[in-house]
Ligand binder design. Structure first.
Ligand SMILES: Cc1cc2nc3c(=O)[nH]c(=O)nc-3n(C[C@H](O)[C@H](O)[C@H](O)COP(=O)(O)OP(=O)(O)OC[C@H]3O[C@@H](n4cnc5c(N)ncnc54)[C@H](O)[C@@H]3O)c2cc1C
Length: 411
């Protein structure tokens, strides 16, 4: 095993959470090493939906123009179709509070993540791709770096004052810190890109069934030479996915036929990349920090993709994590859990409301008649825009988590 020079901060994972944290820290003059097991650009199973508030955070990182030039499609909001035929539409621009801009964006993660990584490198971060982090180095309960392994190369020890786990849903650092739980509902996702799907508009469509849901989101506009591409994501309970073993594409296509709004619309020949599979979700780290380490993005918390907000949470978390890291790194010597403690409090204050909404929706789906009733009530009272704005983080969660709104949703 080779020993290497130290970095001030080692970031494991160069998805939105890792790249944005690297951007913040490198701009503040910190020596950052960012490592990812993948070679970029890489795909990531995701519905590729960005709310106006996520766009605001991307704008701070200076990547929005570039994403639009690369073909990102404007997104006006979403429509949820319930299991018994109810439908609720929320448009970003019609919410009681104006968003950062009238539209969000829909863009392939291959493009988004590569642009974010480029921004981190331009800010001064160093990057190693195709390099797996085997696990952290733990000394007397403190993380002092990690063991890296480049494809085909020897293991290497990297020491760092602070190690940041941005390594996603199955984070090794989160598991090493302890307190990582995968709870219920345990769901898996199957995600495809589909060419030439009819009936696409600038609204993402969520089709909720009795035993899962499927989302459709247009991620590129049609041009004279090429059809529009849609992202189609199917989310089902883990127990159902045993049938998928060996042929996830077949399972994906057959299961989509259960949704009346998608029946007969998605053909195997129209898939433009292999179906990607991920899960199970509902993952939470009770320990988001310790001496020498902290977690950000999905490595810290990811409940369910339904409310389409993980990238916003990753970018927001990156801003909170880098703020806490800069305070802790300003004092010479080891970075202690105590010096990072503000990060835990900042996460609670930023995310608690949204975590609650996600759970209300996620568990609400387990009772289809109730879910349908809520959609009908909200549509009747024209409250869909408020609901979408709260899930999209530009009005506070309290706008929907209050007795008045909840009564109007059910009664
Ligand atoms: C089906 C589905 C649909 C979704 N739809 C949306 C949506 O529409 N909008 C939205 O905002 N969010 C959505 N999300 C959530 C979003 O994808 C995540 O929240 C977001 O990607 C989190 O970013 P991250 O940087 O924390 O993790 P990731 O994007 O997962 O990045 C983690 C990185 O770590 C690397 N890595 C992992 N382990 C190691 C290791 N041991 N060594 C080195 N590198 C490692 C990986 O290669 C990866 O590049 C969806 C999620 C799913 C599953």
């Amino acid at each position: 095993m080779k020993a290497s020079r130290g970095s001030e901060v080692l970031i494991i994972g160069a998805g939105p959470a890792g790249a944005a944290t690297a951007w913040h820290l490198a701009r503040a003059g910190i020596r950052v090493l960012l490592v990812d097991r993948a070679r970029f650009p890489r795909d990531k199973p995701c519905s590729e939906y960005l709310s106006p508030e996520a766009v605001r955070l991307l704008d701070q990182l200076g990547v929005v123009e570039d994403l639009e030039a690369a073909g990102a499609a404007p997104l006006h909001g979403s429509t949820v179709h319930g299991p018994d035929g109810a439908a609720l539409t929320g448009r970003f621009a019609a919410a009681p509070v104006a968003p950062f801009r009238a539209t969000g964006l829909a863009v392939s993660r291959r493009i988004l993540d590569a642009r974010l990584l480029a921004a981190a490198l331009a800010a001064g971060a160093e990057f190693r791709e195709a390099t797996l982090v085997d696990g952290p180095i733990l000394e007397s309960g403190a993380v002092t770096g990690a063991v890296l392994r480049a494809a085909g190369g020897p293991s290497e020890v990297i020491r760092a004052r602070l190690t940041i786990g941005a390594d996603g849903l199955h984070s090794r650092l989160a598991r090493a810190l302890g307190g990582r739980r995968h709870g219920r509902p345990a769901r898996m996702a199957f995600v495809a890109h589909v060419a030439g799907l009819a009936g696409l508009d600038g609204l993402a469509a969520m089709h909720v069934g009795r035993d899962g849901y499927a989302g459709v989101n247009r991620i590129t506009l049609a041009t004279s030479g090429a059809p529009a591409i849609a992202n189609v994501a199917l989310v089902v309970p883990v127990e159902r996915t045993r049938r998928a073993a060996g042929d996830p594409t077949r399972f994906f296509l057959e299961t989509l036929e259960e949704f009346p709004g998608l029946r007969g619309r998605i053909r195997r020949e129209a898939l433009v990349r292999p179906v990607l599979v991920t899960g199970p979700f509902a993952a939470r780290s009770q320990r988001v920090l310790c001496d020498g380490a902290l977690l950000v993005g999905d490595a810290a918390e990811f409940f369910d993709p339904f409310t389409g907000d993980g990238i916003h949470a990753a970018l927001k978390g990156a801003s909170l994590a880098s703020h806490a890291a800069l305070i802790a790194l300003a004092t010479p010597g080891p970075v202690t859990a105590r010096s990072l403690a503000g990060y835990r409090r900042a996460r609670l204050s930023a995310f608690l409301g949204k975590w609650t909404i996600e759970r209300v929706v996620g568990y609400g789906m387990l009772a289809p008649p109730l879910f349908d009733r809520a959609l009908r009530r909200l549509a009747l009272r024209d409250l869909g825009h408020t609901f979408v704005a709260a899930t999209a983080d530009y009005i506070p969660a309290s706008a929907v988590l209050n007795p008045w709104f909840l009564c109007r949703m059910i009664l």
